[in-house]
Design a protein around this ligand. Sequence first.
Ligand SMILES: [Zn+2]
Length: 141
Amino acid sequence: MNKPNYSAYTIEELIESKESINRDAWPERFIEIEDRIQYLIKSSPAEKAKYNELVFLNFCESLRTDLSYAVDDDILSILRLFSKKAEAAIPSTFQGEVCPLCKGELEVSYYSGSWFSFTRGWLLTCRNCNTEGIVEQYQHR
Ligand SMILES: [Zn+2]
């Protein structure tokens, strides 16, 4: 198998490779990917911003999957129809989660869309990195 030329990869491709690579089988490639990412985010603020956004987005996506398996959240979404108090309740999925970028504390709040969007979910904010993302709720049909 030819060795991939990571220096030609975009930041998106590097993140994808980092998440899919078998770290035990290819430890030196993993380090190479990590080094390349560090190089890109240190040399360009735009690349760093893109990196932060993508990592946070992936993090939100993975939580979304967890959330869909959490039973208490189904109950919460029903209660939310009747109660303002339940609206403020935070699903257990988010407890103990920290920012994927800085390991800092995350602020979690219920997000109920805006005039142009029907997205419902949870807004996660890291004040430290100034990054935020939405964990969308699966719509029950
Ligand atoms: Zn952070």
